[in-house]
Design a protein around this ligand. Structure first.
Ligand SMILES: *Cc1c(COP(=O)(O)O)cnc(C)c1O
Length: 227
């Protein structure tokens, strides 16, 4: 095995161990939390080393970049699960449905309508998460916390979509715990089971506050190279 393969495997093992420990602290089974390996902007050799460890759930934030990275790898990996964790434009809904197994950034009615049509056209139904802008930041996507339950209800009743969970990206300058706790509370109001929250800096905390999946990039692969 190459040095890189060993390094990547060790880093993944360490993170899986911390995930297991945090889940245990929260009184949940280790398998209750999915590790999403955020592969955006990472070099090919790190991605292939990660695949070699057995990791099968990956997150990407751009449709086109994900197509370039994953279209050819997909064929040899029947159990691959690709998650879109970045903003989605309505004109890319077909491409996103064709490529992704999970879309975590549904945040407006126009996109819900576009995804419903894209699902009918492509015959694929990715699982869906609604992104909530828990920090109400102008530059960030996501529905307002106060609108989340009504939006999820419209997705179900008007757009015919199943919503699996909620996702958030807390503001960098605030304690993440407040945002994780808010998302957890909203999950109850929205009648969803799954919570996508927590990144490299705070995933154990997110798990203690109810995360069912954590999106970890740099702590897993190493820092993303400057573009
Ligand atoms: C990049 C990204 C991550 C991973 O960030 P790290 O700090 O590298 O773990 C998680 N979630 C989203 C939405 C991202 O864009």
């Amino acid at each position: 095995m190459s040095d890189l393969t060993v390094t990547i495997a060790q880093s993944r093992d360490a993170i899986l161990e911390r995930i297991g420990a945090a889940a245990k602290t929260a009184g949940r089974p280790a398998g209750a939390v999915t590790l999403v390996a955020v592969s955006k902007q990472q070099p090919d050799e790190r991605i292939d080393a990660m695949i070699a460890t057995g990791q099968r759930v990956f997150g990407e934030n751009r449709v086109q970049e994900a197509q370039t990275r994953w279209a050819h790898r997909r064929a040899g990996l029947p159990d691959l699960e690709l998650r879109l964790i970045g903003p989605l434009q309505t004109n890319k809904a077909d491409a996103a449905c064709a490529l992704f197994d999970v879309i975590e950034t549904l945040d407006r009615d126009r996109l819900a309508a576009a995804l419903a049509k894209a699902m009918a056209r492509t015959g694929r139904r990715p699982r869906l998460y609604v992104q909530v802008n828990t920090g109400r930041e102008a530059q960030k996507s996501g529905v307002e916390p106060a609108d989340a339950a009504a939006f999820v209800e419209r997705c179900r009743a008007e757009h015919g979509l199943e919503i699996e969970g909620l996702m958030c990206i807390p503001p960098e300058a605030e304690p993440a715990s407040l945002h994780f706790a808010l998302l957890n509370k909203l999950a109850g109001a929205c009648c969803v089971e799954k919570l996508s929250m927590g990144m490299s800096a705070d995933y154990p905390l997110a798990i203690r506050l109810g995360a069912t999946s954590v999106r970890v990039g740099s702590a897993l692969f190493g820092a993303r190279p400057a573009a």
